[in-house]
Design a protein around this ligand. Sequence first.
Ligand SMILES: Cc1ncc(COP(=O)(O)O)c(C=O)c1O
Length: 389
Amino acid sequence: MTLPQKHSAKGTTIFTVMSALATQHNAINLSQGFPDFPIDERLGLFLHEATKEGFNQYAPMPGLPILREAISNNFKQRYGLDINADTEITVTPGATYAIYTAFTSILQAGDEAIVLEPAYDSYIPNIEMNGAKAVPVALSAPAFNVDWNKVKAAITPKTKAIILNTPHNPTGAVWSREDWNTLADLVRGTEMYILSDEVYEQLIFDGKEHYSVLQHEELRQRSFALYSFGKVFHNTGWKMGYCIAPPALTQAFRRIHQFLAFSVNTPAQYALAKYLAAPQSELIWKMMQQKRDYFLELMRDTPFTIHTPSGGSYFQVAGYEHISDMPDMEFAKWLTVEYGVATIPVSPFYSNKKDDKLIRFCFAKKEETLREAVSRLCSVSTAFRGQTR
Ligand SMILES: Cc1ncc(COP(=O)(O)O)c(C=O)c1O
């Protein structure tokens, strides 16, 4: 018997591979994008309260009304946007699920979807699982801006969607308002939908602002905006997220969602609703910016090259041209085994495995973790400086 190949990705994801290697070699794990510090105690207490208060049975299919209301109020406060909690918000088990569901609501066999690379690794398999074709367009290194001429050239009559991510994993690049205007010019008059992966929206640095697709009135009409509570509240293991889309797209999204997950963890929804309604602070981005700054400061003493400081997200990419000319996969494995620091090579974020000789560090970690990791990276310099490799 043969099993169907639903997508072109091979083996397990690079995140699983590197995290497993980190465990095997007792390495400090700066690879996968998850924090190693505790969540806000209030959030944990709300979860406990939810189970005590009896929020233990299936939630309504679109999500608990109190959570959808809390999301709507939060977007009003932060962006001044009016988002209808009943017709435009759907709670999901994480953003990865929301991305798949959004693609499945709009794609049919033979359609094309543009993916800006390097890209989060679920995008292309999700497009292919719908019988559609992924059309990769490379961002321009080292700043990883969008090359709009390339995007324009990739659009055909079959193009049904484009997926983008800002702030960007793995590079930390951030879209400007101008980017959105250019995208609007390109998609006007086409049948294209937009999937805007904004999971790191609140993790943005140096006084930059996150521009959401929802703030672009014209684009909003054809867009699914996708969010993850895990990334902003540092509880990635809860796997909670949501999709915001105009009513017609939300209906299409829910037509799929009701037969995939149907509904989402009720106590977690209750806890997140209470937490969103509680006084929020600037801590989310401030804390992450401090971590990025601390990490960059420490990295000055290593032989790694920081081409562009991360503008947002959990991540910083770095070059290793002063250390080695190994391919990035090999280099990341070598660093894990020999120096006990696990990172993620950037080439697996490209469908053609383009190797810019960059690795990605996750700095969403305790200061002591970052300090210990970078002290090991400093010894890389001692070991190899002056040697030819
Ligand atoms: C760009 C991007 N989108 C989506 C996700 C997934 O979010 P979730 O854990 O809520 O599924 C991640 C997680 O690493 C990500 O980096």
